[in-house]
Design a protein around this ligand. Structure first.
Ligand code: ADP
Ligand code: MG
Length: 430
């Protein structure tokens, strides 16, 4: 059954339900690449699109290669990565794919099929950022060069089923897809975690976004059917089994534009660093908020302002909730997972202050649906998506509840994605 929103637009099955996009403003449509239908990401469709876009370069069909890089949904551990804490993302089957032909001319030329926009740069003269989407590709080339990884030029076309700027890490997926396409040997012949760190460097130092490692890690190191726990201090990681025989992961997009994201993100980061620095002045063993225990919180309250204290309390308590979620999943205790995700959402709302009213509405609605085991906002916040762990036979009821209540409460069209956990970036098989 496909649920209908108040305006009669489908909110079900949506691999980027086109009806929802029609409701977006003109300026939003113009500034954002719209996700493609999954049919556009098949090998045949991508080869045909590349041939149409690059008839000469792609004349030899056998020379065409396709790389894929998944987006990710974070199950718990929000704003902990840059504080060297714990995160639990899963790579998801909403992806960026690049079909390309390698060339010997050192020129990288890509078309984003969503906009038809063609962009290019020279591997030997990458130059400064242009403040455009190609920066994520050029920045990846810059960081790969810095790491001494050999690259080749290419002519390619980029297709994506991943909503952008929605907290599902389209930027990291673009970097990982670019890294796999650009490197002369598969994945640069280095471990996926190393490739993730190179892509993070691209986003930090070239694009100018001071993100932590989680997004690139998840896109690089995803495991089919599992979430992946990353300790952002030791960089140890391991797969974590999900109860997917009985439940599924449901991502719900608020349909709202993220606003003030970069400045607010940077402010939160600075507040976390200020709290850690105040403690470090007294105790040099403290290098980041990862080293702060719940027992130290009263001292933090005495040392820093109220906002810094609450940011710190969120990070410290969130690391505890990640560890407890791992235990609860291992024990099959989904009631506990539900309580932990609810506490994470409340902490992000009250202490970290990144939850928009739309995210709150989606979580509130989901919480009323029997069979929704756990629901919370996911990603950096200020708009974007929620993540829901839902009994398989309750997905339609969740869709119906969201369709019935969310548009009237917010005036926005939600998009519902039932996602699978998939493997990290690489060449597309077949
Ligand atoms: P998120 O990573 O949460 O999706 P970001 O703001 O970090 O959001 O990254 C979004 C940016 O990534 C877009 O503004 C665009 O520059 C780039 N991008 C993502 N997907 C595509 C795409 N399919 N085509 C072109 N650029 C893309
Ligand atoms: Mg991003």
């Amino acid at each position: 059954m496909t649920a209908r929103s108040a305006a009669g637009q489908p909110v079900g099955a949506a691999r980027g339900a086109p009806g929802d996009r029609r409701r977006e403003s003109r300026s939003k449509r113009a500034s954002r690449p719209a996700p493609a239908d999954s049919a556009a990401l098949t090998s045949d469709a991508m080869r045909a699109a590349l041939v149409a876009s690059e008839p000469r370069a792609a004349a030899d069909l056998g020379a065409i290669r396709i790389v894929r890089a998944p987006g990710r949904v974070n199950l718990i551990g929000e704003h902990t990565d840059y504080n060297l804490g714990l995160v639990l993302p899963a790579a998801i089957d909403l992806e960026i794919r690049i079909a390309f032909v390698p060339t010997d001319d050192r020129r990288v030329e890509l078309v984003s099929s969503a906009t038809g926009d063609r962009a290019r740069f020279d591997l030997d003269a990458i130059g400064p950022r242009r403040r455009a989407w190609i920066d994520y590709v050029a920045g990846t080339a810059w960081a790969l060069a810095e790491a001494g990884i050999a690259m080749r030029g290419l002519r390619g076309i980029l297709v994506s089923s991943l909503p952008t700027a929605s907290g599902l890490s389209s930027s990291a997926a673009l970097e990982l897809a670019a890294a796999w396409a650009l490197a002369d040997t598969p994945g640069g012949n280095i471990p996926p975690l190393s490739l993730a760190r190179i892509c993070q460097r691209a986003e930090n130092a070239y694009v100018g976004v001071n993100c932590g490692l989680m997004d690139q890690f998840a896109s690089a190191c995803g495991v089919t059917g599992d979430a992946v726990l990353l300790d952002c201090r030791s960089l140890e990681f391991r797969p974590v089994a999900l109860p997917l025989a009985t439940h599924c992961l449901v991502v719900i997009h608020t349909g709202s534009t993220r606003s003030l994201t970069t400045s607010q993100y940077n402010l939160r980061r600075a507040q976390c660093e200020a709290a850690a620095a105040a403690l470090a002045a007294e105790n040099p063993a403290i290098e980041s908020l990862r080293d702060v225990t719940p027992a130290m919180l009263p001292r933090v309250r005495a040392l820093v302002g109220d906002a810094e204290f609450r940011r710190c309390r969120h990070v410290v308590s969130e690391n505890g909730r990640v560890a407890e979620t791992i235990d609860a999943l291992a024990a099959g205790d989904l009631d506990a997972v539900g309580r932990l995700w609810a506490a994470s959402h409340a902490s992000l709302r009250d202490d970290f202050e990144v939850v928009s009213p739309e995210l709150d509405a989606l979580v509130e609605i989901a919480t009323t649906v029997p069979g929704v085991a756990a629901a919370r906002m996911t990603g950096a916040g200020f708009g974007g998506c929620t993540i829901n762990l839902v009994a398989r036979d309750a997905v339609d009821a969740l869709r119906d509840a969201v369709a019935a209540e969310y548009p009237t409460r917010t005036g926005l069209a939600p998009r519902v994605y039932v996602v699978d956990a998939v493997a990290g970036a690489g060449f597309l098989a077949g």
